[in-house]
Design a protein around this ligand. Sequence first.
Ligand SMILES: [Zn+2]
Length: 491
Amino acid sequence: MRTVRILLTLLVSAFSTLTVQAQSQPANPAAAPFTVPPQMSAAQQENFSPQLLTELEAIKAAALADDYAYRQVAHLTENIGPRPSGSAQAEAAVQYVASELQRLGLEVGLEEVKVPHWVRGVETAELTEYPGQAAGTTQKIVLTALSSSTATPADGIKADVVVVNNFDELKSLGRDKVAGRIVLFNEIFDKQKAAGGMAFVAYGEAVRYRAGGPKAAADLGAMAALVRSVGSADFRLPHTGYSAPAGIPAGAVTAEDADLIAHLAEQGRVRMHLTLTPQKLPDVISHNVIADLKGIENPEQVVVLSGHLDSWDLGTGAIDDAAGVAIAMEAAEILGRLHLRPKRTIRIIAWMDEETGGSGSQTYTKEHSGEFPRHVAAIESDAGAAHPLGFDIRMSNAAADLIRPVLTVLQSFGANAAENRPYPPGADIAAMSESTVPALGIMQDGRTYFHYHHSAADTLDKIVPEELRENAAAMAVMGYALASMKNPLPR
Ligand SMILES: [Zn+2]
């Protein structure tokens, strides 16, 4: 995929070279430079002065040579640790990010957010009856609870397992064959899509069962619901995540265990002993961290740079999403170090509670929607920390055309793609996007993201420092450009 893009880029460069020559200089084509920059339109020239383009190059160079973001991810993941909503670690992360951004000279505020507080308990399962069972044995099943899981009794429940591949199969079984049983949704993550660069499409297809499966099973009287883990690598690791409240115990089994159960269920009766003892505690007051680097000409116009601070509890939330918060922080650090002040306000936001309901972004929308007409753009990074290919964008064609000179700056390390999407390119900036604020999500290489996503393996070692620097460069260059180009992006 990368090779194809490079070839295309070369072809485009070659074409513009030829066009330029045809218009102005009938010189020897063999001596033609291969890297004539694409010509800027009048609107692009008006918005991007030579000085601004020089500043963008300086920001890029600083980001590509710096490890500030990596140190932030290390602190958030190793010193603070997992940061599930409502936890002491999530609040410690709020305090840390706020004090760090204050130290960098930003105006920092904490916005109160009421978040759910759910804590994991015991999570074990074994098959107690199945075809071919050796007398006196059981088979261990590896699983983890989902966000809305209720608890079984401390000594668990025992029930027959019924396996379905999709919602239609569940429906056709009907209440008779579902009530009192444990339903397993065995939707298989499409690894070929992920390997082919469509990881988020594969995720979207599979995650429907994690999100809605428990509720669909509960509606037919199921005693508990399990889903096959939504992930692209099989190391017998369960992947947790959000599921809509269903009022029954709900978990994700590993892909290997889903296969095992499905194979045995094809042969006959399968019975499971399942123990999940999570607790839903009272809601907690937590915070979005909101830090402004005030614009010197139009401080009322705001460009949001963001990631989410909360994480799942199984790993330490490195790729999801300490990385996003850290690269947004690095933008502020670099601008301070280079003594660059944007025309408009750059607002760093570390969102709370993206994972278990989005109360952070909901609160921000409630408090700030009156200012959305003056929110010039919003960027979120929440697709990992791997090499950035460019941006998923959602904006008018005129706006998309206007940011091309920024993409040209990012082209030297391949972060120059811009794909206009029909959906918001980030969960926390979705409401802004729906109210026509131009929205951008950094488009990371997603081929390995779902190997680790929401699992115990989402840890610091999964982040390649050089790739994180590229992400920091993409965030800082785009953020400063949007905040400093002559006119705000058109809607
Ligand atoms: Zn995330």
